[in-house]
Write a protein that binds this ligand. Structure first.
Ligand code: NAI
Length: 446
């Protein structure tokens, strides 16, 4: 579905009208295209720590134009603010105000990325205060940026450095057009696991990936993006969606598996199909999901149980089969689609939000179970995404919902797919049990 308003106010008379009336003026976002430069200008690495010193050469190897000091009035593609040596809140002032002077020099579609340590592992209250302070600082800055620029943060757990594989992978993701609709988010790198790809343009080369609910919408976009990144696809959907599923399978040169994921034997059938047709199974994306909205006062058993059944119980059952399978032990990846409804709540969606909150709880608890095999499991929580599901929302409600984020627009299915492709990669192996929101920084629910 297209957002005609954003197109109208992005040029000519529409732009003038919106400016005069003070209406929202969403920017056309800088989205990834193969071969495009990673960032739209030089990258300023701010910070005087060893971590900052070590990061700068790593960025040079990506052919970036790296600065350690700002050049007055030079347009910047990104600011990376390394804050990994904070002993107390007073330590924020110098590096943050040094970076502040460069914020107005950010180019259209630029990026700000903070790199800091998790408050969870702070040695005492003052360090914890400073580290948690980065969270508030980052989320506020994201709300101040304009012209499609975003701000996101990477938090390092104990034992993780600024040059650990998944720190670099997360940095590359946040800098690139792949993260266009991710804004105001902090992602924790939980371990030193992960392996950088030989070819950054084909990070999933040779991997066999299963995507559920892939006949349309976000699932079809995930299949296309994983295919673009080099994966071999198994696309899954209900038999009733068989024609659309076959079309997606053809497009991505993969195979189709018609399967209702709520079947008891769904996990075994997915594994058997992947191994029989493609010889292995590396990635499972739990995308299939349904809504059956009703206020709780009017909720019936059918609406409740179908939503819980598809959105979370099926994932739990399939994961059990995956964890027990000898075919899912070579750095396996699971990525589940949650929703910001499961974080902030949404009127009329108690059943859906319970299921999506459940996905996030499941992901956290499953992460340790995959660690022995260098595996990871994470969730992506989309906000308002332009799909058939959101096209059904009445016009006025839809128009409000899609503007209520820092980027003042809905995301595209491909934006969710990019986050999933990143978390499914070998390089993201040091990120597990986490939830990454793709919501343009929804103003509701943080
Ligand atoms: P959609 O309704 O367009 O597509 C969902 C697909 O899942 C359909 O092809 C459907 O046939 C399939 N499916 C449903 N039940 C199934 C079952 N039992 N077995 C196998 N396949 C089944 O939905 P959309 O918008 O593409 O959403 C995809 C995921 O993203 C869902 O989990 C949804 O909850 C989530 N999401 C979507 C948002 C949005 O704004 N569109 C926002 C937040 C989350």
């Amino acid at each position: 579905m297209t957002d005609k308003y954003t197109q109208f106010v992005s040029r000519g008379i529409g732009k003038d009208v919106a400016r005069k009336l003070g209406l929202p003026q969403p920017a056309v976002l800088r989205r990834y295209q193969p071969g495009q430069p990673l960032v739209p200008g030089p990258v300023l690495v701010q910070g005087t720590s060893t971590g900052a010193d070590e990061l700068a050469p790593a960025l040079l190897s990506w052919d970036l134009d790296v600065r350690r000091h700002a050049v007055p009035r030079e347009k910047l593609g990104a600011i990376i603010l390394v804050l990994d040596e904070l002993d107390g809140p007073e330590d924020l002032e110098r590096p943050v105000l040094a970076a502040a002077a460069s914020v107005r020099d950010l180019a259209t579609g630029a990026r700000v990325v903070t790199v800091s340590l998790t408050p969870a592992s702070a040695p005492g209250p003052a360090a914890a205060a400073a580290r948690q302070g980065v969270d508030g600082l980052l989320r506020s800055l994201a709300k101040e940026l304009r012209a499609g620029a975003t701000a996101n943060g990477i938090m390092l757990a104990d034992g993780v450095t600024t040059t650990s594989p998944s720190t670099l992978a997360a940095l590359r993701f946040f800098l690139s057009g792949r993260s266009a609709f991710v804004d105001g988010q902090l992602l924790t790198v939980t371990s030193d696991e992960g392996k950088l790809p030989a070819d950054p343009e084909k990070p999933l080369a040779g991997k066999v990936a299963v995507v559920t609910g892939a006949a349309r919408g976000i699932g079809a976009a995930i299949a296309r993006t994983l295919h673009r990144d080099g994966a071999i696809l198994v696309v899954v959907d209900v038999p009733a969606a068989g024609d659309h599923l076959a079309a997606v399978a053809n497009e991505v040169k993969g195979t189709a598996l018609q399967l209702d994921i709520t079947r008891e034997d769904a996990g075994r059938r997915i594994i058997d199909h992947a191994v029989a047709r493609h010889g292995r199974l590396d990635i499972v994306v739990h995308n299939a999901g349904i809504t059956r909205d009703k206020l709780l006062a009017n909720m019936d058993q059918g609406r409740w149980s179908s939503v819980i059944g598809v959105n979370i119980e099926a994932q739990l059952r399939i994961n059990e089969a995956l964890l027990a399978s000898e075919h899912f032990r070579k750095s396996p990846r699971i990525v589940s689609v949650a929703s910001t409804s499961g974080i902030a709540g949404n009127r009329g969606q108690t059943n859906y939000a319970a299921s999506k909150g459940g996905v996030m709880g499941m992901v956290r608890a499953t992460a340790p179970l995959l660690a022995d095999h260098h595996g990871s499991i994470n969730a992506v929580a989309p906000g308002f995404i332009e799909t058939e599901m959101t096209a059904r929302i009445p016009f006025a409600t839809r128009e409000i919902a899609r503007r209520l984020n820092s980027l003042q627009q809905g995301g595209q299915p491909g934006d969710v797919a990019e986050a999933i492709a990143f978390l499914a990669s070998d390089a993201a192996g040091g990120i597990s049990g986490e939830v990454l929101r793709v919501c343009g920084q929804n103003l509701v629910g943080a």
